[in-house]
Design a protein around this ligand. Sequence first.
Ligand code: HEM
Length: 528
Amino acid sequence: AAPAPVSATGASATAPDGVRAQQGEWLTTAGGTPLAQTDHSLRAGRRGPVLLQDHHLREKTMHFDHERIPERVVHARGAAAHGTFRSYGAADGLTSAAFLAEGVETPVFVRFSTVLGSRGSADTVRDTRGFATKFYTSEGVFDLVGNNIPVFFIQDAIKFADVIHAGKPHPDREIPQAQSAHDTFWDFVSLHTEAQHHAIWNMSDRGIPRSYRTMEGFGVHTFRLVADDGSTRLVKFHWKPRAGVHSLVWEEAQLLAGLDPDFHRRDLADAIESGAFPSWQLGVQVMPDTPDQTFEGIDLLDPTKLVPEELAPVHLLGEMTLERNPTNYFAETEQVAFHVGHLVRGIDVTDDPLMAGRMFSYLDTQLTRLGGPNFEQIPINRPRCPVNDLLRDGHHQDAVHTGVAPYHPNSLDGGNPFPTPAERAFVETPAPVAAGEKVRGPHTSVDDHFSQTRMFWLSLTPVERRHVVDAYAFELGKCYEQVVKERQLACLARVDEELCRAVAVRLGLGRPDGEVAADVAPSPSLSQ
Ligand code: HEM
C-alpha cells in the first residue's frame, strides 16, 4: 500500500493563516535578538554622524525599502473575505467534484476587484469587477476566477495585452486612472467590435455596483463538468447574490469616489464585522456536450457571448457565505494567487482560446508578482489537503523536503509519490478536437458582434436605457479625438438607431450617416 502522502509544506500545510509572526512580547531583531529600543540610530556623540555599524538601523531600513511588491498588472485594487461554501448536493449526475456532494462544507477566500485602476484608485469607478473565489476543497484548490459581467472583451488571448493597453491610462499622461473615459479605450472597442458587447454592459448600471454584496458573478467561459460515470456537460457558472443585484446611480458613484474612495471595501468589511454576512448561491447553466460545442446557435467557445437564462436556466448547486475579514491585507488579499488552472476532479475547461491564454498568464505574472515559483506555499494559497508534488527548491522555499528521489518513478524513496488511482485523480476529459490545418485566424462567430449587444440593450427598462445613454455620453465626451467618437457612434448605430441618435445628440455630433443630430429629439422611451 502507498504510504500516506507527505506534505510539501511540512507540519503547517493545513495552517490557514500566518506563521512566524509576532511571537513573544519583547521587541527583537529579525534574528530574534532582544532590543532595548528602536527609536534612535547609533551615533558618534549625540549630535555626531550615524555609524555604519548600526546593524539594527540597516536591517530596519533594508526591510522597509522592500515592503512593496508589484501590484497586479490588472485587478490591482481589491478587497477580500473568508467564508464557507455549503453544497446542496444538487450536482449528482453532473460532476464528481467532491466539494459539490451533498452537505459538504468547503472553506473559501473571495477577492473582489476593479480591473483597470491602480491599487490606490477609487472603488466606485465605472469598470468591470473581478469576483475570484478560491475553494480549499478536500481534493485540491479550485479557483473560479470570474467577473461581474458575463461576457469578455475579446475572443482570443492574444488580444489581452492589447485590450488592457487600451483600457489602462494613456501612456503619455497616465490619465484617466480608472475609467473608460478615454480615447484609447474607445479607439480599441470601436475598431475591435467584438468588444462592444462587454462595453455596453460596462455602460449599464452593472458597471457601477452598489456593493460587492449585490453583484452577480460569472465564470464567463464554458466549462466541462464530468460526472462519476464519465458523462460530460458544458456549463456556465453563476453567482447569485442573496441581497439581490443593486447598482449606484452615476452621481452617487462620482460623489463617493471623492467622499469615500474606499466605499466598497469599507462596505464589505463593515457588513461582515457587524454580522450581516454576504452570501451568494452558486449555479450552473447546463448545456449538452455536443461535438460542435454550440447551444441554440450560440458558440459556447466564444466568451463574448452569453447564453440567455430563458434558454438554459441556472441550476443551483450551493451557497457561499462570507463571515470573516482578513487579518492582514498584505498576507491575504495581496498575496492570494488565483489561477484558472486550479481545477479539481469533475471540472474541466473547454477549448475556448481565451481560457488557453489565461492558463499561462496567471502563473507567469505571479512568478514576478510574488517573487519566485513557491507562491503556492504562502499561507493564503496553501491547499487544505495533502500536497505531495515533485517541485523542489527555488526562491522562498518554505518546505524542508525529505528523501532523495524527487522524480517518478523511483525506487529510492520507496516509490513515493505514487500516481493517484484514476477514479480519485484529476484526469483531462478525452474530448475530440477539430482537425484541420494549423492556422492563425478567427476561430468562431467572429462576424456577429452586435446581435447580443442589441439583445442586451433591448432587455433594458427605459430608466436603464437612459443610464446607458448618459454613460456613453459622459465617457465619450471625455475623448479628445473626434474620429474615435464618430467611429463609436457608428458602432452604436449597429446596436440600435435610437441609442446612437440619443448619444449623438448628447455629444452634439452629427449622426454617422451625416445627418445633423442637434435637431433629433431623444425618443419618448428615453425621456421618461
Ligand atoms: C487577474 C490575465 C481574462 C478575471 C488577472 C491577472 C492577470 C490576468 C495577469 C493578475 C493576476 C495576479 O497578479 O495574480 C488575464 C488574461 C486574460 C484574462 C491573459 C485573457 C486572455 C480574464 C477573464 C476574467 C478574468 C475573462 C473573468 C472571467 C480575473 C480576475 C482577476 C484577474 C477576477 C483578479 C484575481 C484576484 O483577485 O487576484 N488576469 N485575464 N480575467 N483576472 Fe484575468
